[in-house]
Ligand binder design. Structure first.
Ligand code: ASP
Ligand code: MG
Length: 439
């Protein structure tokens, strides 16, 4: 059994959805197809939720109507036979009726999750409707019946495995399964989700739970590139990455893969392939346990980073100082990305300002606190790079004229990270492309 996940742009137009149907029916191996919402839908649903949370029902209603029109246009091109058209219209009507009912009840956090779930429910049901019209045998597996997270928002692999296996067993004569990415049930039994971009995570969790032969992530680019193609002119796909390398790249800014989606595949040893829907024959990127060759594979950039420096002579020869500082971040559930320390100061970075003021207030008693906003983390990733002298030389040789605020080196042998002011991002990515990749 293989997993094939298609992102929003891959299902975002009727002809693309039809193209995917043609692709998946060519498969000889049984497959579970995981779909995102049509591109733009989740953003629209987020907006609807925000309007409602501010009590602006008129604005929410306007967005709902706009989205409904979009879906009517979509299905009118997706299906043509009268029976399928009727069915597609009924699906759209059902979900927009739900959104219109929500307009009338009082808003809550749980309700906003219900709103967000409509995107994936719609995309999968409409896809199923098209498959039916084409007489393609398949089963729609409701993710809400097997995808669960616990009270810490962690997926419950054990129970996912049991429930999903039961569903598959019931349909053991079938070869093609469709399910929703992103959505799940939480510990309170409410509809919830795996956070933005979470469909990749769904795919990897399912792949892990059933021991899939491969987890294919189909997007609109031919794999993970060596540099950010939106910023740098010449970039090339990386053919092979280890899970460790891919995790660093995904976490530090390569937008193609949700960072949490690495661990399930890695733990359960399922290879991951990043492939391009528009160019299905392109090699893409294969991610496995294997480290591959020594050398720099790629650079990635993560924006909106805040650097915090705590300076204190009390740190000198003291123990327990770092623990107390870290406890502040733990209290406000704020992950730390980079850390560097000297004997009298510690610098660290976070990627959210949600609790920044509280954190700063609690750090004050420890010493002088300085904050730099609008920073970018540049991560250079590759097997054993921080143990390879020639690479380090090349790296620092190619970042001339960029003011580096922090360097994180040696934490992992596969990553060297630099913190720079955001306005130097383009320049440093270009310089690294030339210096490290000769591109
Ligand atoms: N539809 C969700 C989002 O846009 C999940 C996903 O696409 O992976 O975040
Ligand atoms: Mg995505």
């Amino acid at each position: 059994m293989k997993i094939m996940k298609f992102g929003g742009t891959s299902v975002g137009r009727p002809e693309r959805m039809q193209h995917i149907a043609a692709m998946v029916t060519k498969e000889t191996e049984p497959a579970i197809i995981v779909l995102s919402a049509l591109s733009g839908t989740t953003n629209a649903l987020v907006e609807i939720g925000e309007h409602l949370s501010h009590g602006d029902k008129a604005a929410a209603k306007k967005n709902i109507d706009q989205l409904e029109t979009h879906y009517h246009d979509f299905i009118s091109q997706l299906v043509t036979k009268p029976e399928a058209s009727e069915k597609a219209k009924a699906i759209v009507a059902e979900h927009f009726e739900f959104l219109n009912i929500i307009l009338r009840i009082s808003f809550s956090e749980a309700l906003s999750k219900d709103i967000l779930a409509q995107g994936e429910l719609l995309s999968t049901k409409l896809f199923s409707c098209y498959l039916e019209e084409q007489n393609i045998d398949h089963v729609l597996l409701p993710a809400l019946e097997f995808m669960t997270i616990d009270s810490n928002d962690e997926p419950q692999i054990g129970s996912i495995k049991v429930k999903l296996s039961q569903l598959l067993q019931k349909n053991s004569d079938k070869k093609l399964f469709i399910t929703q990415g992103y959505i799940c049930k939480n510990a309170r039994g409410e509809v919830d989700n795996l956070k933005r971009g979470g469909s990749d995570y769904t795919a990897s969790l399912i792949a892990a739970a059933i021991g899939a032969s491969v987890c294919e992530i189909w997007t609109d680019i031919d794999g993970m590139h060596n540099n950010d193609p939106r910023i740098v002119n010449r970039t090339v796909p990386v053919e092979q990455l280890s899970f460790d390398e891919a995790a660093e790249l995904a976490y530090f800014g390569a937008k193609i893969l949700h960072p949490a989606s690495i661990w399930p595949a890695q733990t359960y040893k399922v290879p991951v392939k990043l492939l391009n829907t528009m160019q299905p024959d392109a090699k893409g990127t294969l991610i496995t346990e294997k480290a591959g060759s020594v050398g720099v594979k790629a650079v990635a950039a993560k924006d909106n980073i805040i650097a915090i420096r705590v300076k204190s002579s009390r740190m000198l020869l003291a123990y327990g100082f770092l623990r107390k500082i870290f406890e502040v971040f733990e209290k406000y559930r704020t992950p730390i990305d980079m850390i560097t320390t000297s004997e009298v100061a510690v610098s660290l970075t976070i990627d959210t300002d949600a609790s920044l003021n509280d954190i700063l207030k609690e750090l004050e008693p420890f010493g002088t606190v300085e904050v730099d906003k609008d920073q970018t983390i540049i991560s250079v990733v590759g097997n054993e790079i921080s143990r390879t002298e020639s690479i380090i030389k090349k790296l620092f040789g190619s970042i001339m004229n960029v003011p580096v605020r922090m360097v994180s080196y040696g934490g992992s042998p596969h990553n060297i990270s630099l913190l720079i002011p955001a306005e130097y991002k383009k320049q440093i990515l270009q310089q690294l492309n030339k210096g490290m990749f000769n591109l």
